[in-house]
Ligand binder design. Structure first.
Ligand code: PMV
Length: 307
């Protein structure tokens, strides 16, 4: 039994989403996590995850290990007992700690593969809930946006504690993703924003309100087929992220490079400090924007069409 899940990128609203403002995220199908489950003649559950250099028996891993915890929670949710001998192979092309949702994608692919293998296929809502449980187990206050966009594999307008809204672009558009290569310490940046917010709530609530307006307008432009208007919104969102102190010299430099190379707008994406930035580009100039980002020090670029 095989299952896979895509990567994701946040277009608008990161950090503000933790404070119940809307954010937009889209799947990135150029990268994905694949899981294969099969019966095995070796005892126990053999896990093979070559990308992270892991070959182990489930029983030898601590229960809070990121992969072990997904397997244990899924098996518990499915009510499978006793567990047959299994072999699990996990392969992923999603860079780790880069804001592309690698952890949530592995969780979603594992939950899907295991639940189908045990003839107990779960609907997206159940997969999403379980994946969110796992996110909460590993991060302090995840908004839930990663597991949602990855489970549904659709653009998502996400607000904490609100029903999930997926949406369709009225016209496709192209995003260039540039990776600083610096691990994005999401927990740290979320914690720092929390400390700033605690010291001056009126100021930070006002920033979150501005970002909320940007996300709402962005969805409107995407759905109504006017994605070219997103560039300016990206630039504004980036300024607010700078005020939240989550940008970095490397992110600012790549954002500036993308704009100079002809992108309509650019911003950091995700937790910040490291990880990725994104730029809105004409399909014809996406390659040259990506090339400029590489020359300016990006470790990797991905060109993705949102449709
Ligand atoms: O770095 P990423 O892509 O995992 O995104 C973090 C997004 C935040 O809004 C900063 C945190 C969250 O849980 O939504």
């Amino acid at each position: 039994m095989k299952a896979s899940a895509p990567g994701k990128i946040i277009l608008f609203g990161e950090h503000a989403v933790v404070y119940k403002r809307p954010a937009l995220a889209v799947p990135v199908n150029q990268v994905k996590a694949d899981v294969e489950v099969s019966e095995s003649n070796q005892p126990g559950v053999q896990i093979h995850a070559p990308n992270i250099g892991l070959t182990s028996d489930l029983a030898s891993l601590p229960p809070d290990h990121p992969i072990a915890s997904v397997i244990l929670k899924t098996i518990q949710a499915l009510g499978v007992s006793p567990l047959p001998n299994l072999s699990l192979t996990i392969e992923s092309t999603i860079p780790v700690a880069a804001g592309l949702g690698s952890g949530a994608a592995v969780s979603v692919a594992l939950i899907r593969a295991l639940s189908t293998f045990f003839s107990h296929p779960l609907i997206d809502g159940q997969i999403n809930e379980l994946a969110f449980e796992i996110e909460k187990f590993h991060h302090i206050t995840p908004s839930g946006i990663d597991n949602t966009v990855i489970t549904y594999n659709m653009p998502v307008y996400y607000m904490k504690e609100k029903p999930i809204e997926t949406f369709k672009p009225g016209k496709p558009f192209t995003i260039v993703i540039g990776d600083t290569g610096i691990p994005a310490p999401t927990k740290e940046s979320v914690g720092d924003v929390r400390r700033l917010w605690l010291r001056d709530q009126p100021r930070f609530e006002a920033i979150f309100d501005e970002v909320a307006q940007i996300s709402t307008m962005a969805r409107h432009f995407i759905v109504s087929g006017r994605p070219e208007l997103l560039g300016e919104l990206m630039d504004h969102n980036h300024e607010f992220l700078q005020q939240l102190t989550v940008s970095s010299p490397e992110l600012d430099a790549l954002v500036e490079t993308a704009r100079k190379a002809g992108a309509f707008g650019a911003k950091l994406s995700g937790g910040g400090r490291g990880g990725n930035m994104i730029a809105l580009a004409d399909p014809a100039s996406a390659e040259s924007v990506a090339g400029a980002l590489m020359s300016a020090g990006a470790k990797r670029t991905i060109i993705t069409e949102i449709n």
